[in-house]
Structures are given as C-alpha cells and as structure tokens.
Design a binder for this molecule. Structure first.
Ligand code: C2E
Ligand code: MG
Ligand code: MG
Ligand code: MG
Length: 278
C-alpha cells in the first residue's frame, strides 16, 4: 500500500519514526547532561550471610535523579547508555566511585559492580579496573564484578580473555541473573566463576512452586560441588529466607533485609551490624 502511494516506500511510517528518533535523541542528551552535571548516583544494597546475617558485600546500583521526571530506573537508562556508548564513561565512573566508597568499609566487606557487555568491547576495560583499584587503594579481592551470560555470548574469545585478565588481578567474578539465559550451565564450564546469583524469578517462588524450588536446589548443589558461592537475589519474605537456608544457599540479598540505600546509610548499616556483633 505504501508503494502504491508512490515516492517514499515507507512514507506512512515516517512521522512515527521521526517522533521516536527525536524522543530518543532528547533522552540521550538528557542522559549525557545528567552525567556531566552529577545527577547520576550510586546506591548500595547489602548481601548477607544467609545463616549469620552479617553483611558480606554491597552491590552498587546506578540511579538517575531527573529534575523533571524524578527517579529513572537503570532498567530504562542502562540500555540507552549501552546503545550510545555512554556506558563506557558512566561505567568507569561507577567503578571509581564504588571502589573509593568500599575503601572506607571494614576489610571483610566487598563491593559488587555490574558490568555491561558493551564495556567488554572497550579494550581499556582491564586498565580502567586496575586504575579504580590503584586510585582507591582497594584490594583487588574486595571487588566483585557481576556479569550476565550475554558477556560470554558476544565475542566470546575476547571477552573471556578480559575476564581472565580481571581474575588474574585478583578480582572476583559473579554470574548475575543465573538461570535466566540459554546456557548458564555451559558458561560455568568455560569460566571459573567465583559466585552465582540465583535470579529473583526463581527466588520469588522458592518453597512455593516445586519447579522453582528444584531449580534453586540444583543451583545451590552445583555451587557447593564446584566450590562457587551461591547468592539468592530479590529475597522479600521470611519464608523465602527459610527455604533458601534449607537449600544451603550461602548468601541472600533483597528487600527483606534492605532496599538499596545511599552510601552514608550503607556505612551506618555496617556500624549497626558491628555493634550487634560486639
Ligand atoms: P541486577 O544487577 O540484577 O540488580 C538487582 C536488581 O534487583 C536491582 O534493581 C535491585 O534494586 C533489585 N532488587 C533487589 N532486591 C529486590 C527485592 O527484594 N525485590 C525486588 N523486586 N527487586 C529487588 P535496579 O537497581 O533497578 O537495577 C536493575 C538492573 O540495572 C540491574 O540488575 C543491573 O542489571 C542494571 N544496573 C544497575 N546498576 C548498574 C551499573 O552500574 N552498571 C550496569 N552496567 N548495569 C547496572
Ligand atoms: Mg547485579
Ligand atoms: Mg541480578
Ligand atoms: Mg536482575
């Protein structure tokens, strides 16, 4: 039909596509400016030992406080940052900031940083990590990098080499959202992960849905036999915690314990834990 109209084949779609492209450009500019103006920040969510309850680490999570639109979720703007390449400078800032913050915490507490597959395309990634560690003085084994299996799907050889280089520095590597991809198991064979984070979609039904419980049991069993720490993400209820403890899951993270909080609050969470232990 568009063809019969003559001229531009896709004429009838043009206004919509133009509007979409414009919206995308304005969001991109917004994000670029937000980063330049310091409107991006990090919040920290604790990971706890599932039996003792002590804080073992904090995961650093990006937040964008937009002056008009309020808080924008990383689920929305990280894909935009990835498409535009902004994820590289933003990701480097996340690494520097997270390491600097972690350097103020007690030595036994780690920091977990999410890395996008796009950051692995950057040849400077390993140097960026090295620099963040050197500048902050944080010991490499206190930094944990979280990746999803998409890092290994794309440009497998180069990305595997980068992962090995990071691990050689002493940095720990965690597989995020375990169980949601096509071949989480295959990737456990190709790289010696230090941790697997069982996806919230299984955790939310653990102890309720027999299939989810079986998958969690398989993941914790696998972790135990491979010597890999297992962490359950998105723990929201006491009965989920009880089921995870019964399955031998090592660590837990979720709203039941704490929402992601600003760095100052993270410090008082640590202080509180230490006070309770004393
Ligand atoms: P993720 O790494 O899997 O992070 C876990 C997400 O689950 C976080 O969402 C966290 O706030 C949320 N969460 C934690 N506990 C609970 C719970 O009990 N219930 C529910 N419903 N949700 C919970 P958030 O902060 O919105 O981040 C979403 C995703 O954005 C992250 O998923 C990660 O993939 C990405 N992301 C966040 N920060 C960064 C970053 O600095 N760099 C990159 N590349 N990606 C990031
Ligand atoms: Mg994560
Ligand atoms: Mg996750
Ligand atoms: Mg997730």
């Amino acid at each position: 039909r568009a063809k019969a109209a003559g001229g531009g084949t896709f004429r009838c779609f043009e206004p919509e596509m133009e509007a979409w492209a414009q919206l995308r450009r304005s969001r991109e500019n917004d994000l670029r400016e937000a980063f330049a103006r310091g409107q991006l920040s990090l919040v920290c969510q604790p990971l706890l030992n599932s039996l003792g309850g002590g804080v073992t680490a904090f995961e650093a999570l990006l937040r964008w406080q937009h002056p008009e639109h309020g808080a924008i979720s990383p689920a929305e703007f990280v894909p935009l940052a990835e498409e535009t390449g902004l994820i590289n400078p933003i990701g480097a800032w996340v690494l520097r900031t997270a390491c600097a913050e972690a350097a103020t915490w007690p030595d036994h507490i780690r920091v977990a940083v999410n890395l996008s597959p796009v950051q692995f395309r950057n040849r400077d990634l390993v140097d960026t990590v090295k620099q963040a560690l050197a500048e902050s003085g944080l010991a490499a084994n206190r930094l944990e990098i979280e990746i999803t299996e998409s890092v290994l799907l794309a440009e497998e050889a180069a990305n595997l080499a980068a992962l090995h280089a990071l691990r050689d520095l002493g940095v720990r590597i965690a597989m995020d959202d375990f169980g949601t991809g096509y071949s989480s198991l295959g990737y456990l064979r190709s790289f010696p992960f230090d941790k697997i984070k069982i996806d919230r979609s299984f955790v939310s039904q653990v102890g309720v849905n027999a299939h989810c419980t079986a998958i969690v049991r398989a993941a914790t069993g696998l972790g135990a036999s491979l010597g890999i720490v297992t962490t359950a993400e998105g723990v929201e209820t006491a009965s989920q915690l009880a089921a995870l403890q019964a399955e031998g899951c090592d660590e837990v993270q979720g709203f039941l314990f704490s929402r992601p909080v600003p760095a100052e609050e993270a410090r008082s969470l640590i202080a509180g834990t230490i006070a309770r232990a004393a």
